[in-house]
Ligand binder design. Sequence first.
Ligand code: MN
Length: 204
Amino acid sequence: MSNSLFSLPPLPYAADALEPFIDKATMEIHHGKHHAAYVTNLNKAVENTDLAGKSLEDMISSISKYPAAVRNNGGGHYNHSMFWNIMAAQGHELPHGKLDDAINSAFGSFDSFKEKFAAAAMGRFGSGWAWLILKNEKLEITSTPNQDNPLMDVADVKGFPILGIDVWEHAYYLKYQNRRADYITAWWNVVNWDAVLARFNNKK
Ligand code: MN
């Protein structure tokens, strides 16, 4: 039995902290079952291979070289680790600082950004993610299927994700059933703009 390479990060808040927008049962299953399974299966996929010891970021940036299990579970681990951190019960209501300027300059206004981001999230057929990325120092919106993300060499549009929404049904089905649009509308209430700004500044 080798040591696990990757581990499930704890939620940075209680499972019911995002109520009523995201319910406790969804958070418990999403984090404790879905994300946990990505970590377990990522460890299985890399143990006893020459990937053992490689960083997740290194694997993701050249993901086309690796088996599907690494792509799916490595992406799942990266994406969900980010997702928990860019949400909070009491984040700032609006982007601030340089991020506010960058959003206005890329999309015209915050409302226009939200509209375009929601359209990307609605337009992602089946399971996947919509992203706000930094690409060549500018903000862009994109989306990816399954557990891919814009850091992967296979992504259609590449960049550094500073915000992402999980639109897999497991992220919303218990509370919203088929109403993805309602989930997206509710989700804006729990975006932690401090954390998004930190990711922006980190790569800016
Ligand atoms: Mn998910």
